[in-house]
Design a protein around this ligand. Sequence first.
Ligand code: GDP
Ligand code: GDP
Length: 437
Amino acid sequence: MSGYTVAIVGRPNVGKSTFFNRLLEQRKAIVDDISGVTRDRQYGIAEWVGKSFNVIDTGGFVPRSEDVFEKEIKKQVLIALEEADALIFMTDTATGITDLDESMADVLRRSAKPVYLTVNKVDNHERLLEATEFYSMGFEHVYFISAISGSGTGELLDAVTEPIPEDRYATDEQSEIPKFAIIGQPNVGKSSLLNALVGKERTIVSDIAGTTRDTIHTHYNLFQKDFVLIDTAGIRRKQKVHEDLEFYSVIRAIKAMDEADVCLLLLDAEKGITAQDLSIFSLAARKGKGIVILVNKWDLIEKQTNTARDYEKLLKERLAPFTDVPILFISVKDKLRIFKAMETALEVVENRRRKVPTSQLNDTMLKAIAAYHPPVVRGNIVSIKYVTQLPTAVPSFAFFSNYPDDIKTPYRNYLENKLRENFNFSGVPVRVFFRKK
Ligand code: GDP
Ligand code: GDP
């Protein structure tokens, strides 16, 4: 995962989400349903000729009044400019250049980052002739596409992905110090947690000023182990203007996540898990990150005998199918279990790096397979004779079979569960592949 982030900006109805959906095609988009100010904002991971990148459709503001509308859209463009690595500025040839396009262009033209002016709805030759008026906007990169038919999109994506290094196989993180990202909604207690750790322990080795542009990395040594905390909260403080904008925290969370080995997802005990938390959770899982869930402000909850157990059970129902995740009930205010949280994150790092010896893996898994065989498909007796762990950063297992395509999801899940029962992969997404023997 390159961590490269492309934002799609443009006024409503130009075709941003149509293009976005095409880009993600088989991959399920994560829809972030924020009521009120915006319509659905979507983000996901796109792949083009072996390069992957984050893509964010900034959504469309619901116009309440004309000036609010224009102001909000400009604000969003500014944030996208600040936070993304590149922008796709989408316009619509059917309407031609509008005032709002012009005022967005004024902001975007000054950008030091690549801006790809994309003229959409160029469905036929006639439209292409009309679309040439967009050259007058003065952008270096101009692309004519039809998001519906897909024409022209390949050329656009070639250009957009050109600056991304081909890092697909450069995922060996073993020798590095583990990095943790503290993520969560505004006000869950991210800064408080960081301050509590910084304040109490005199074990900070150094502040590494922005390994990447804008996240603060703080290096810790706790229990004789080194780790780095990626601070996304502190920066938000400095930039008061952005405080109210969810967009800002989402884009920050995604970037911190890309850099991290483990995400500490903070929840507010009183509020429970929100749709946006779940989006972030599944994005972290898809990115192969380790995850620890910290239910903060536990001091505010009135407790009876089974409160924590019941809370955990309900939470896991929401997290399904990925439920093998450590959940801790903490209070930053009372300093309850905050060091335990760091210890757990370090354990997840171990789990994520776990390499099961091939003989042990085969002994255990072939027994599990003998106890419950893959179902017969179209008269084919499906057998699995061998399993091996692949040399990847995220634990991945290849099962070799005579009919790999005939092994379906329920059996895949059975194997994953057996892997989890026998080897500790708590907090870690596990990948299972079937290959032809
Ligand atoms: P957004 O508000 O910018 O996300 O725009 P949408 O993706 O929701 O698209 C707005 C409308 O434009 C929808 O009715 C789409 O079907 C239509 N649209 C999107 N792309 C194209 C295209 O390439 N050609 C044509 N003719 N219509 C399109
Ligand atoms: P951030 O926006 O996620 O960085 O959240 P902050 O760290 O700024 O915390 C938001 C508010 O929650 C502050 O008023 C904190 O004092 C409060 N807070 C943080 N942790 C706890 C906790 O464990 N218990 C209680 N009761 N309040 C907390």
